[in-house]
Design a protein. Structure first.
Length: 248
C-alpha cells in the first residue's frame, strides 16, 4: 500500500470486533501497520492480549460479549470517551455452527444470529451515534459468500450473512448524510481454523478458481473500503471469494 493510503489511517481509531479471530486479527494488524490505533474486541482475553502484544503500543484490548447489548454499549462509549471518537468499525465475528438442516436446533440458529447479524446490529447501534456526532465514520461488516450461495451445512451462517448484507445496504442509505459509509466484505473460503472446521463438517471440496484465500486478502479489502480510495462506495458487498467455484 502507498503513502497516500496510509494518510487515511494514520492517527485514526479503529474498533475491530472479532479481533481474536483469524480475519479480524489480520485486519487489526493491517490497520495498525497503516498507523491506526486499534481497539481489539472478542471474548477470549488471552487471544486478544497475545495479538495486542504482537501489534505493540498502538493496540489495546477491550473484551466484550456481543450477545450482551449492555456490554457492547459500554464498550463503544468507553472507546469514544477515551479517544474522542470511533473512526472505523470492523465487524468480523461468528461462531462455527455447521450441520444438516434437520439436526440444527433453535439454539443453534440463535447462537449464530447472536454472534453475527444481531451482534453486528448491537455494535452498529452503539457506534453510529458517536460517528454521527463526529460527522465521520467508515464501517465494514464481514459477511460471507454463503449469504448468496447456500451451502447444505451452513444455512444458519449463510442466512446471517445475507441479513448482514441487507442491513449494510439499508444503513448505508440512512447514514450517508452524516458522512458515514458502510460496506460489507463477503469472503469465500479463507485459510483459517474456521475453514478447517467447515471442511471437517463436510463442506464440498470444490474450491474457488483462484484457490483458497488468506486472511490478508480479506484485510486488504476491508482497508480499501475503510479508506478514501473507496470514497464513492457505500452499501456494497465486495466478494473476496477467489472467483467462486469453477463451472461444471
Ligand atoms: N474463514 C473463512 O473462510 C470465512 C469465510 C466466509 C466468511 N467468514 C466470516 O468472516 C468473519 C471472521 O471469520 P474468522 O475466520 O476470522 O472466524 P473466527 O476465527 O472463528 O473468529 C470469530 C470471531 O468472532 C468472535 N466472537 C464470536 N462470538 C462472539 C461473541 N459472542 N462476542 C464477541 N466476540 C465473538 C470470536 O471471538 P472470541 O472467540 O474471542 O469470543 C472471534 O474473534 C466471520 O463473520 C465469518 O463468518 C469467514
Amino acid at each position: 500500500m502507498t503513502d497516500g493510503f496510509t494518510r487515511d489511517f494514520d492517527g485514526r481509531v479503529a474498533w475491530v470486533v472479532g479481533a481474536s479471530g483469524a480475519l479480524g486479527g489480520a485486519t487489526a494488524q493491517a490497520l495498525a501497520r497503516q498507523g491506526a490505533t486499534v481497539v481489539l474486541s472478542g471474548r477470549n482475553t488471552d487471544a486478544l492480549k497475545a495479538l495486542a502484544e504482537e501489534i505493540g503500543p498502538q493496540a489495546e484490548t477491550l473484551p466484550i460479549d456481543i450477545a450482551d447489548d449492555s456490554s457492547v454499549r459500554a464498550a463503544a462509549d468507553l472507546v469514544a470517551a477515551k479517544h474522542g471518537r470511533i473512526d472505523f468499525l470492523v465487524n468480523s465475528s461468528s461462531v462455527s455452527v455447521f450441520g444438516d438442516f434437520l439436526s440444527l436446533t433453535d439454539e443453534d440458529w440463535l447462537n449464530v444470529f447472536n454472534a453475527k447479524h444481531l451482534g453486528y446490529v448491537r455494535t452498529l447501534r452503539a457506534t453510529i451515534p458517536h460517528m454521527i456526532a463526529a460527522q465521520f465514520g467508515r464501517i465494514v461488516n464481514v459477511s460471507g459468500r454463503g449469504g448468496q450461495h447456500p451451502s447444505r451445512i451452513h444455512l444458519p451462517g449463510g442466512s446471517a450473512n445475507a441479513a448482514v448484507d441487507l442491513l449494510t445496504k439499508g444503513l448505508s442509505k440512512i447514514y450517508a448524510e452524516h458522512n458515514i459509509r458502510i460496506n460489507a466484505v463477503s469472503p469465500g473460503p479463507i485459510r483459517s481454523p474456521r475453514l478447517a472446521a467447515m471442511q471437517g463438517a463436510g463442506r464440498p471440496a470444490k474450491g474457488p478458481v483462484l484457490g483458497d484465500g488468506q486472511p490478508d486478502d480479506v484485510a486488504d479489502a476491508v482497508l480499501y473500503l475503510l479508506s478514501e480510495r473507496s470514497r464513492f462506495i457505500t452499501g456494497a458487498a465486495l466478494q473476496v471469494d477467489g472467483g467462486g467455484p469453477g463451472l461444471g
